[in-house]
Design a protein around this ligand. Structure first.
Ligand SMILES: [Zn+2]
Length: 238
């Protein structure tokens, strides 16, 4: 499997950056995972939009799906499978009504075997202000998990067990710890999840542009050594 980071920022991009989006290539298929702002421009550095086989949206917050509302103008007569949560109703309704998107609702029970491949996708509901799912992709004995947006939870830890690569929402530094309940993981919690689940490598993402990345790495590696902050337009072999 090959992961390309198209956008790593949230909830808004740094100058010249993009919000959450990844291109996963596996089993000869190209899957767009989330489609934040700037992602459509960037994915075309790697393939034509018509070459995308499917789209997976972890949730329907704008920093994860805004470019879907642009993709509908580009696909014209094509129809592409889109896997997404059933809520929030408003965003779901717009995407569901687009003739170019063949939508299927994600649930924790859903398992997808991509046609003509051995690639398996499965999902875990996360704790976030809107319905959101982590996604696991398995192919050729390798396991990749992307947290989506998520607070720490035992379910997510269990879902990550044995992953070769865990790409994790790392929205907050410990300096925010007294600011009440927040919709993302602290970097320290991402590292603890990786350690408990016994993953191979932790990739930090959903980076707040106001943060210094060295600080994120410092807090994470104090708990779990094989950690790095992802780089946009970098490819990772899994
Ligand atoms: Zn979100």
């Amino acid at each position: 499997m090959k992961l390309t980071v198209l956008g790593k920022y949230g909830p808004y991009p740094k100058q010249g950056g993009a919000t959450t989006s990844y291109l996963m290539e596996c089993g000869g298929k190209k899957i767009l995972i989330d489609a934040g702002s700037g992602s459509l421009s960037r994915v075309q550095e790697y393939c034509r939009l018509e070459e995308l086989d499917s789209v997976v949206l972890t949730h329907l917050h704008s920093d994860h799906c805004s470019d879907m509302f642009i993709l509908r103008y580009a696909l014209r007569d094509m129809v592409i499978p889109v896997f997404l949560p059933r809520t929030p109703e408003k965003e779901y309704g717009i995407l569901h009504s687009c003739p170019c998107f063949h939508t299927s609702e994600i649930s924790a029970a859903l398992e997808i075997l991509l046609p003509e491949t051995n690639v398996k996708l499965s999902f875990c509901k996360t704790i976030h202000p809107v319905e959101c799912y982590a996604v696991k992709i398995q192919d050729a004995g390798k396991i990749f998990v992307f947290s989506g947006d998520a607070c720490r939870s035992d379910d997510l830890t269990e879902f990550c067990r044995g992953a070769d690569v865990f790409l994790c929402d790392s929205g907050f530094l410990s300096a925010q710890e007294n600011t009440g309940s927040l919709p993302h993981m602290y970097v320290r919690e991402a590292a603890q999840t990786a350690q408990k689940a016994g993953v191979g490598r932790l990739l930090l993402t959903h980076i707040n542009p106001a943060y210094q990345e060295e600080k994120l790495v410092e807090e994470a590696t104090a708990v779990f050594k094989p950690t790095e902050v992802v780089k946009e337009m970098k490819q990772y072999d899994i």
